[in-house]
Design a protein around this ligand. Structure first.
Ligand code: HEM
Length: 438
């Protein structure tokens, strides 16, 4: 097949830069879907931006030719500035990334997942203790308290107080707001979200400094992630440790909460699946199978999570900048181009998924998904930079869903008002739930 250059790729209005940016900002999910359906596998969004929609190209970009791309080139750095994220494993590249990833990777192994599985039932019970039928709950808020308490205990060996949890939530919310703003003002302009970010960041940093100095930090069993950072050689600087910890908190916070809330929205909309989760979880919990055995006793709840991560992947878009000219499949991507692949587009591609827009958790229980091409489903990314917290977050989400839905049936208060907001993460908006008896 002949290799296509950037100028030969089709795209909306021949790469009408400002028009496309406006269309993208108005409805990012609709715009990307429309581009994929109308223009196919490679879409020129502007002279410097390409959208790739075939699963093979997602694998080539993130895995096979991953080292020809950088996460923080000129294009993505511009976007990154809006996020005000500190430098960390998540935001570094090249040798620096290798060192940073190497430091934390080992601490996110099976032991951490097993510890999460062992600790989650008690944490969930604490949350459910005040829940009563008839109440209207902000599930996002409830879930965020449980997941933050759990991950701070597991990673740092200390459990955050309600105030400290509110600080992390208060930091993430304006970062999300800022990431949806179509207007990028210079860094020094003190917009309300930036003022809130600064205020909360100060408090989050203060807590992290206390955490780093706590006695638990010296115990690899009690605080595996913090210990791994503090005891690497050469030892990272204080600021480096603090930034890494802040990023870990934020990376796992919104994404995991969104995953649990989206799965609950789908269950509220599909009563048969909800019944099945309820009885599966009730049985598993009554049999008192602790830890990972409890997780293994909930295959349908796990399938619900996978299907929910397909339809509403918290990370909905992934971009890289070409470091050099790259031949990717039958496209020639010039150095400096920002290439985007989208979980939202690939996860719902009717060429690869049966009833692509339908919620069908059963598809994960049989052989169906074994025939789906690699690159059609990547909620946790692909290749060397896949999510370090994937296993941890899966354990948390499945067990939390099981605990919630075994105890209560959840009804959406305003089902028609629920919609996704594609910020840095795909946030469920207006998802208030009314608790009901089974
Ligand atoms: C449902 C929950 C989560 C989702 C959907 C998710 C998704 C992702 C994705 C898609 C990436 C790759 C981004 C890219 O290729 O540019 C990523 C990276 C990362 N995630 Fe997660 N994540 C989740 C939970 C967590 C948790 C719980 C943690 C840690 C506590 C975490 C820490 C990280 C880190 C440190 C990276 C950067 C890895 C690297 O660049 O080497 N994530 N995540």
């Amino acid at each position: 097949m002949a290799v296509r250059t950037l100028t030969e790729m089709p795209g909306p209005d021949g790469g009408r830069v400002l028009g496309n940016l406006t269309d993208f900002s108005a409805d990012p999910l609709g715009f990307l879907t429309q581009c994929a359906r109308q223009y196919g596998d490679a879409v020129r969004l502007s002279p410097k931006n390409v959208l790739l929609t075939s699963p093979g190209d997602a694998v080539r970009m993130l895995v096979d030719r991953g080292s020809d791309f950088v996460k923080q080139g000129p294009g993505t750095r511009r976007a990154g500035r809006r996020q005000s994220l500190p430098l960390s494993t998540m935001s570094s590249d090249g040798d620096e990334w290798k060192v940073r990833r190497g430091r934390i990777h080992g601490a996110f192994g099976r032991e951490l997942s097993a510890a999460a599985a062992a600790a989650m039932p008690d944490q969930a019970e604490r949350m459910l203790a005040s829940w009563r039928p008839g109440q209207v709950r902000d599930l996002q808020q409830d879930v965020s308290v449980v997941t933050l308490r759990l991950v701070t205990r597991l990673m740092f060996g200390v459990e955050y107080s309600d105030e400290e949890i509110a600080d992390v939530a208060g930091l993430v919310a304006p970062i999300m707001d800022l990431s949806t703003s179509p207007v990028v003002l210079p860094e020094w302009v003190p917009t309300p979200p930036k003022v809130r970010i600064r205020r909360h960041l100060k408090r989050v940093v203060r807590t992290l400094e206390q955490v780093t100095a706590s006695p638990a930090a010296a115990d690899p069993k009690a605080a595996p992630v913090l210990y791994a950072l503090l005891h690497d050689t050469p030892a990272p600087g204080r600021d480096e440790i603090r930034d890494e910890l802040a990023t870990l908190l934020m990376a796992g916070f919104e994404t995991t909460n969104d995953a649990v809330v989206w799965a609950s929205i789908l269950l509220a909309r599909h009563p048969e699946a909800a019944e099945r989760v309820h009885s599966e979880a009730e049985k598993a919990l009554s049999e008192d199978a602790g830890g990972m055995a409890l997780l293994n006793a909930m295959p349908f709840t796990d399938a619900v999570l996978r299907e929910s991560l397909r339809l509403y992947s918290p990370v909905w878009i992934t971009s890289r900048d070409a470091r050099v000219d790259v031949e990717l499949g039958d496209h020639l991507i010039p150095a400096g181009t920002t290439v985007t692949v989208s979980q939202w587009v690939n996860h719902r591609d009717p060429r690869h998924w049966r009833e692509a827009d339908a919620f069908l958790p059963e598809r994960w229980l049989g052989k169906e998904t074994s025939t789906i091409p690699r690159g059609s489903y990547f909620p946790f990314g692909l290749g060397p930079r896949t999510c370090v917290g994937a296993a941890l977050s899966t354990v948390e989400s499945v067990l939390l869903l099981g605990a919630i839905w075994s105890a209560h049936r959840l009804r959406l208060k305003n089902p028609d008002a629920v919609h996704p907001r594609p910020a840095l993460a795909l946030q469920p908006m207006n998802a208030e739930f009314v608790l009901e008896r089974w």
